[in-house]
Write a protein that binds this ligand. Structure first.
Ligand code: DON
Length: 304
């Protein structure tokens, strides 16, 4: 096996000594309180051997990383019918942009931009008895860890300031692409984004996407074809208008969140999570992207 610990140690040392760390997200006021100095890396191989450095056991707000999990849950419940309501094309625009949604008659470009994730939230609401509890249980089951939870303060903070998401939901409703009550859909969406996890919990939760749909507890959650679709969407849409750059530099399917987390994976090989709260101009973790570029370059392991 490659000397993963040595490699991530070297990447960590370089990152923490770098002065340019990006900017912590402030549009959700609670996120602005996080210390920019945090930096963690966690790697889990397909054999469940783990390597970590820095703050890989500290909880942070997973934000848009949750969109992969809500999509996986919706796919397991509804299957292909999802794609009548959400497209599978990169948007080439920021995650909260609304112009395309209007031009394209209320069909979001993909499930990872905010409007797309709000449609997925709506689908979950239509199919679950107790959506917030059921979704949390789905995530807990993937990780075999009942300690995972929503952060109510972060959810409320976004509810009080998430005006563009309110606009997105209204626009979707006007195009009849939202079945449920707008407030109920947004309440669910803000909660799913508020989930807190550590880097090591995230590599565990995402294990099923590197292992043909089967989680570490040996339960099959998705078919091979569904896993292929989700990984393809992470590669083409996981970083919004920086998806091309991430594929170019890192070469792995992955997903970012404005809490500063990034999860990336190489099917049948490993899952890696980085957390550094400073973001670049496109809303993706600045040091996280650099660390992952260094990792796939040094290990020579990417899908390309
Ligand atoms: O809806 C929002 O704006 C946030 N809850 C999530 C956005 C996000 O994480 C974008 N990712 N980089």
């Amino acid at each position: 096996m490659r000397d993963y610990q040595n490699i991530i140690n070297g990447i960590y040392e370089k990152a923490i000594n770098q002065s340019e760390k990006g900017t912590v997200a402030t549009y959700i006021p609670e996120l602005a309180k996080v210390d920019i100095a945090n930096f963690g890396i966690h790697l889990r191989t397909i054999n469940n051997t783990c390597f970590g450095i820095g703050e890989y056991d500290t909880l942070f707000s997973i934000q848009s990383i949750s969109k992969v999990l809500s999509l996986a849950y919706a796919m397991s419940l509804v299957g292909e019918a999802i794609w009548k309501r959400v497209d599978v094309e990169p948007s080439g625009h920021p995650f909260n942009q609304l112009a395309l949604l209007e031009v394209e008659n209320g069909i979001p470009r993909n499930p990872f931009i905010n409007s797309g994730a709000i449609v997925i939230a709506d689908i979950l609401l239509s199919h679950l008895d107790d959506p917030k509890t059921d979704f949390l249980n789905f995530v807990r089951q993937l990780c075999d860890d009942d300690s995972i939870n929503y952060n109510e303060t972060v959810a409320l903070s976004e509810k009080q300031t998430g005006f563009k998401n309110v606009s997105a939901a209204n626009l979707l409703k006007s195009f009849k692409n939202l079945e449920n009550d707008i407030d109920a859909v947004l309440d669910f969406y803000f909660h799913q984004c508020s989930i807190e996890m550590t880097c090591s919990q995230l590599t565990k939760v995402f294990y099923f996407l590197a292992n043909n749909g089967c989680c570490l507890q040996n339960k099959l959650h998705l078919t091979n074809s569904q896993v292929k679709r989700i990984n393809a969407l992470m590669l083409t849409c996981g970083f919004y208008d920086e998806a091309g750059e991430f594929a170019f530099e890192v070469g792995l399917p992955g997903k970012s969140g404005v809490g500063g987390g990034i999860v990336a994976l190489l099917p049948d090989n490993f899952i890696i999570t980085t957390w550094s709260p400073g973001l670049n101009k496109k809303g993706n973790s600045l040091l996280g992207m650099q660390a992952l570029e260094a990792f796939t370059t040094q290990t020579k392991q990417s899908i390309f």
